[in-house]
Each structure stands twice: as C-alpha cells, then as structure tokens.
Ligand binder design. Structure first.
Ligand code: GLN
Length: 277
C-alpha cells in the first residue's frame, strides 16, 4: 500500500535527480491534474492510499518529466491569463511573458472602438482567445499554418466558446483589413537554437526558429501586412530580449510610427508595439 505522501516523496526524488528546478511544485500539479486529487493532497491527505492505476500514472509521468519532457505536455494543458489552454506535442506552450502582449493590445484599444484583430502564428490560440474575451466587441481572427498546432487552436477556441475565427494558412500571406495585427512569431536565431533549455527542445522548431538571426517573421509580417492595417491601427509583437532595436528599425522602415518597446517581469525587452502611418 502506497500513500500519497510516499508517492509524492518518491516522485519528487526522481525529478530532483533529473535536475528539475521545482520538483515539489511539479509533482503537486501531477497529483492534482493526473490523479484528480484535491489541490495540495500531499499536505491535506498524506495518508490516503493510492490505487495501482494512480501509482502507475504518476510513475510514468515522473519518468517522462525526468527525461526533460515538459510538464505542460504531460498534463495536457496550461493556464494563460487565468484560462486553461490545451497543449501537447506540436504546439508552443503559453508563456507568462506573452500575457504582456495581450495587455499591450488591450490597453491600446481600451479607449477606442472595438477592433478587428488578426493574430498571426497563433499556436494554441492563447493570445487570440484572451483578446476576444478581454476586449469588448473585438472581432478576432487567428491564423496558424501547422496541422498539430492548428488542431489545438481550434480546440481551445471552441472550449472557451469564443467567437475567434480560425484559419489554417500562411501568416506571411496577408488578407483583409484590420485595426490590429498581433503576433508572437518564432524568433529564436539559428545560434540560440543550439542552446535551448532541454524542455524547449520538445516544442516544435516551427514555433521557435525565426531564421538565421531570428528576425525573419518581423521583416515579413511588418512588410506584407502594412497595406492591410488601417491608418492609426496597431501592430504588436512579442520579441526576443535582444531584438528591441532591430524590430524597432524594421517597423520604422515599413511605414509604422510611435514605436514602443516594453519590458517583461524580468526587466527584459519583450514586446514591441507601433502604429500604422
Ligand atoms: N519565448 C519562447 C522561448 O523563449 C520563444 C517563443 C517564440 O519563438 N515565439 O523559448
């Protein structure tokens, strides 16, 4: 008979040995999400006995995690802006910094009429769904090219009962007319790809690699979409921490003004916004 406390301790050890940064936090999430135990069961009901099935689910999760596989993929979802988004192989895991991208867009439109927004390289749809939910009357279209990610985008848009329109197509081929283009495109450079954190290597390269210098998508999106953004409209990007000046330059060259670079919780450049001339 194995108790919650024993199983918890055993799994924490496995993760610890593998060098996982916060093993107790991660195992606690596994107990809650995979074994359907109440939050904090390791403290509330340490002596409860686990079934064989629960034990084997936990063991296999801990082993996968010890191999570097992301916790978010193991539990199959992650929270973004207070909402749950399904994730798994083939889609980028929502990052807390990306909430700032949403906040910048929300702030811009807080004193304007409800915008028509297109979210490019939408992935899980965390940005598109958040904007549609948080901006009253927003009309949001989400564009994603790859099959794996697109399936999650559709699922998440439906799960939240959002009115987000999903389109499976190339983000670099523009259409329509929008008040806002928003994107967290792939922005890792070739060189940085070689030194990614182990967990990130399980995420799709198509969501990470932004060409030789990481800037390919900013160049192409800024240029191709410029004629499709209304005058006075907004373009908003998430960027890599070293890319602020370069993306500012790209935007200025392509007919945008009022460029602002915003920092994240770590004080690093993370978001660039600009208005269309
Ligand atoms: N922020 C992600 C990372 O650091 C990169 C996401 C992206 O390329 N858009 O791994």
């Amino acid at each position: 008979m194995v108790t919650v406390k024993e199983a918890f301790g055993e799994s924490v050890k496995i993760l610890e040995r593998a060098g996982v940064e916060d093993p107790a936090f991660e195992v606690s999430i596994m107990l809650e999400d995979l074994l359907s135990l109440p939050k904090g069961a390791e403290m509330l009901t340490p002596d409860a006995v686990l079934t064989d099935e629960q034990l084997s689910v936990l063991k296999s999760a801990a082993e996968k995690r010890a191999g570097g596989y992301p916790l978010q993929y193991i539990i199959g979802s992650w929270e973004f802006f207070g909402r749950k988004f399904f994730v798994g192989d083939g889609v980028l895991i929502p990052r807390p910094e990306t909430e700032l991208l949403c906040e910048c867009v929300m702030k811009f439109f807080s004193r304007r009429k409800p915008p028509k927004i297109v979210d490019l390289c939408s992935g899980s749809g965390c940005v598109a769904v958040t904007l549609e939910k948080e901006i009253n009357g927003a009309d949001v279209t989400a564009v994603e090219l790859y099959d794996g990610a697109y399936a999650f985008l559709e699922r998440n848009a439906k799960y939240h009962g959002s009115g987000v329109k999903t389109l499976q197509r190339d983000a670099l081929e523009p259409f329509g007319e929008f008040d806002c283009v928003v994107s967290n495109p792939p922005y890792i450079s070739k060189e940085e790809m070689a030194s990614l954190q182990k967990e990130v290597t399980f995420e799709p390269e198509t969501a990470l690699l932004g060409g030789e210098d990481g800037l390919d998508f900013y160049r192409a999106i800024a240029k191709n979409w410029a004629p499709h953004i209304v005058s006075g409209g907004l373009i908003a990007f998430e960027i890599g921490e070293t890319q602020g000046a370069a993306v500012e330059g790209i935007l200025k060259e392509n007919g945008y003004f009022a460029v602002s670079v915003w920092t994240d919780y770590a004080g690093l450049d993370r978001i660039v916004t600009a208005m269309k001339e």
